[in-house]
Ligand binder design. Sequence first.
Ligand code: ATP
Ligand code: MG
Length: 177
Amino acid sequence: MSDTDAPRRGLVHVYTGDGKGKTTAALGLALRAAGQGFKVIIIQFVKSNPNCGEHLFVSNYHPFEIVQLAEGDSFTMAEEDLRQATRKALTRAEEVLRSDEYQMVILDEIFVALNRGWLDSSEVIDLMSKKSDSVELILTGRKAPMEIVRLADLATEMLMIKHPFSKGIKARKGIEY
Ligand code: ATP
Ligand code: MG
């Protein structure tokens, strides 16, 4: 059996830290994987702006799927609605990981949901252990718990050395959204 015929072994990545680049790193990986014919899904645990460049790109070109389970703006939504949206996202993630449909699953901002208390780290660990062998699983968000970093195969911390936000430059179209 040649190397390319061997079933691929999927690993778990963590992108964390307070510097910019976690979601965009995951999107870059999604692009690379989709280019190689992987079926990719991004499940967003905290609703982002639907006018975000990645959402516009996906609706125009359909390179992969992005799903958001929250309805409404996560900044103004009631705590209970956010908790319920997180539960829905978790159920969807479990289904997707159990199925053999996707080769790459990205759970964007899952650590934010975890740190807000809408999700328990044991539930994330459970997801990691239940994933099918061939699936590449990517978890993003600030403050990944050390117990999850230890279990991951790859962990990168985006270290904030400088960010223009500190000199009053607000989020920019095409860069932050
Ligand atoms: P990106 O989506 O640009 O890769 P990220 O996923 O690393 O950023 P998040 O923690 O998800 O960053 O931040 C949400 C928003 O805040 C994004 O628009 C991001 O670009 C921006 N951002 C990231 N890091 C910082 C920072 N240190 N200060 C201010 N804004 C930031
Ligand atoms: Mg992000």
